[in-house]
Design a protein around this ligand. Structure first.
Ligand SMILES: [Zn+2]
Length: 695
């Protein structure tokens, strides 16, 4: 008896181990079910029960349900059809080859994680001048990378070109979502110099392809990542905590995408999903339409020309909070649209992968070309032509005028697709006066207009970027104020935070708030009221946060020695809300711009170790092998931008070189503890990094 039981257990374990898709521990067994409903909005019943909604129509809802949830739905009297008994075993239930099992031809199988990695690397090896493989970060399990392939002519140089992004497979079980991105990566790269129209795309645009944004989930065939979090509910724009997300941008996979989006100012993006047929455009969290609704409809209908999926506004389909489209548009002004590729389960039979990729290819090329319509230009300093990373919004700000975008840090270039019409823009940047550019006429929906802008130095120091925002569900649905209104200096335009709202704002790299004389930060409420607001600050948007206390209405806060420098401000509203107009730095760092050295040509890294340091730190600079030397200077500045020490007035050696800084100024005097900047400058480039001296 005992022997037989042991034998049975051994067989069961062996079966479990050899199954290509053993049930992941982070998700219970779920069935894909179709529930007959009498009204579209009945999906909210199942949403509230914690089920993952997959598709909503007038007379049915598709959702993922555990056995308990299924029993509950049936007990409520709904008629239910089970489409897939165990959605992670879709391939087995439908008799498809498992993921990663290659056929004899390309595009007849679903790529595994290892195949995505190896294929992207092989593409980059074939086309090193136009393709660059980028590691954006690690998954929860820590053994898989979120890979991106960047495709552009001169791919190592940030050029004045519009940027386009494709993200696939955020939901791990939606494997078809990985395939059009993989197909585009292959086609774009391999057609360079062969196809005239694809060569033009590579030459004139920068395309970033991230085929597998949830590699742990894709490997285990689960919707969520290895923490059991739905990555497409975890983003920090109007976040609500859906999909088991404990906090905004809580998951490493989303932090990786966020860091890339922060750095690249994408004009248009696409995200690939499955479970329905749809081209799904903004917003998803609110029924209030964006000002760009007509443009979004145009590019969505345009996309649909080749695929015939049908188009829908996200909210009208079903409400989601914390999804990738809303965060892309809300924080960066990126027109991000979700494409739902397949409606009969999640993954089509493998013999239809190729035709799905081919149909979506034309739609993707259409949207890439849309990036170069509308208004384009370069923003620079009027005195020294240095590029400025400026916040760009419509002018005048008024209800419905809710969009924003940023020019790039490296070139100051900006790219804003819009419909034809006449536009005025307001540009804001810390250390510069606001600049209004009026009467920009966009002639049609094909030809772009170029408007370069010069900005004049001046005294504005205010939050210029929203990092993350949470709003109460009911408030979010009726609130017509939007977050671009909290940015820049006070302007009598405000964003209603709603009860128990939260917002994290970025004061900008190099223009952080510092502990100075008197109050250090001012929070302005408009219309002038006396609502309560709590203020905390940090040097990292993930905290830890130093509380500066709370105030009422327009109020100021003092660092009072609790922290010397802070880039991020976290505000919390109370039960009666807060109408946030602006957050200003009354004492601020100035004069030194900071940039990621990786974005600077010739310089591979500019680092210091240790950092923070007490006695001495070694600053290392390394250049790519084979690059020619440029004379350059390495200097130290204090937090106010004052030059305190020149380490090397004329360094021309290369690969690598190191300088030791002992925390002393040019007179040999020990400097006080605090933040310092070391800056490498040559006629070709500058790079600046931060180092902290502890006394
Ligand atoms: Zn999905």
């Amino acid at each position: 008896m005992l022997r037989r039981l042991r034998f049975a257990v051994a067989i069961a374990l062996a079966l479990l181990a050899t199954s290509a898709l053993a049930q992941a521990s982070w998700e219970p067994v779920q069935s894909l079910i179709k529930i007959t409903v009498s009204h579209h909005d009945q999906y909210r019943i199942f949403d509230k029960m914690g089920m993952s909604i997959v598709d909503v129509r007038a007379n049915y809802v598709k959702a993922l349900a555990t056995a308990e949830q299924l029993a509950q739905v049936q007990a409520m009297g709904f008629s239910v059809e089970i489409i897939l008994k165990d959605y992670t075993r879709e391939f087995e239930e439908k008799g498809y080859p498992p993921i990663g099992i290659t056929g004899t031809q390309n595009w007849t199988f679903y790529h595994s994680y290892a195949q995505v990695r190896d294929t992207l690397k092989a593409i980059a090896l074939r086309h090193p001048t136009i393709c660059q493989v980028e590691s954006l970060g690690l998954s929860v399990q820590g053994n898989k990378v979120i890979w991106g392939l960047r495709i552009s002519d001169n791919v190592n140089v940030r050029e004045n070109e519009p940027r386009f992004r494709i993200v696939g497979n955020q939901h791990g079980n939606e494997h078809i979502g990985c395939e059009p991105p993989m197909y585009m990566a292959t086609i774009l790269a391999d057609s360079y110099g062969v196809s005239t129209r694809l060569t033009q795309i590579v030459d004139n645009y920068e395309t970033m392809i991230i085929p597998m944004a949830n590699p742990d989930g894709a490997t285990a065939n689960t919707r969520s990542n290895a923490n059991g979090v739905d990555l497409n509910r975890d983003n920090g724009y109007m976040w609500l905590g859906d999909g088991n997300s404990p906090s905004f941008f809580s998951q490493p996979e989303n932090k990786a995408l966020k860091a890339d989006a922060d750095a690249h100012a994408y004009a248009i993006s696409l995200a690939y999903h499955s479970g329905a047929y749809y081209v799904n455009y903004l917003w998803n969290y609110t029924p209030v339409l964006t000002q760009d609704d007509a443009f979004l409809k145009q590019i969505s209908v345009g996309y649909d020309t080749w695929v015939h999926y049908d188009t829908t506004n996200g909210w009208a389909w079903y409400q989601t909070n914390g999804d990738i489209d809303d965060v892309s548009y809300g924080l960066y002004g990126d027109f991000d649209t979700t494409i739902e590729l397949y409606g009969n389960g999640y993954n089509p039979p493998t013999d239809s992968i190729l035709s799905i990729c081919q149909h979506n290819k034309e739609s993707i090329l259409y949207q890439i070309r849309k990036c170069s319509t509308g208004i384009h230009g370069v923003v620079t300093d009027i005195n020294n032509s240095r590029p400025i990373q400026a916040l760009i919004r419509p002018y005048p700000l008024s209800r419905g005028q809710d969009w924003l975008l940023y020019s790039s840090k490296e070139n100051g270039d900006y790219h804003r697709p819009v419909l034809n019409g006449t536009y005025s823009l307001k540009l804001s940047a810390n250390g510069y006066r606001d600049t209004v550019v009026s009467n920009i006429v966009v002639p049609d929906t094909v030809n772009p207009v170029v408007r370069n802008v010069q900005m004049t130095p001046g005294g504005n120091y205010a939050a210029n970027r929203v990092v993350a925002v949470r709003q109460d569900d009911n408030a979010a649905q009726t609130n017509t104020t939007l977050t671009p209104w909290v940015l820049g200096m006070p302007d009598t335009k405000s964003y209603a935070m709603g009860p128990s709202g939260r917002i994290i704002l970025d004061m900008g790299q190099g223009t952080e708030i510092v502990d100075g004389t008197g109050p250090d930060v001012r929070v302005t409420e408009y219309p002038n009221a006396s609502h309560a607001v709590q203020c905390s600050v940090s040097n990292s948007w993930t905290g830890p946060w130093i509380s500066l206390g709370s105030g009422n209405g327009t109020c100021t806060f003092d660092f009072a020695g609790r922290i010397s420098l802070a880039r991020y401000v976290l505000l919390r509203s109370g039960a009666s809300g807060y109408s946030l107009d602006a957050v200003e730095a009354l004492n601020h760092a100035t004069g030194v711009e900071q940039g990621p050295p990786g974005s600077v040509p010739y310089v591979l890294s500019l680092t210091s170790y240790p950092n923070p340091f007490r006695i001495r730190t070694t600053i290392s600079l390394s250049c790519p092998a084979g690059s020619t030397g440029h004379p350059c200077s390495l200097s130290i500045y204090d937090i106010s931008g004052r030059l305190v020490r020149i380490l090397s007035p004329h360094a021309s050696r290369l690969t690598p070189y190191e300088y030791v800084w002992d925390g002393r100024d040019s007179q040999g005097t020990s400097l006080p503890g605090g933040v310092y900047f070391y800056r490498l400058a040559s006629p070709q480039y500058t790079a600046t990094e931060k180092v902290v001296l502890i006394r």
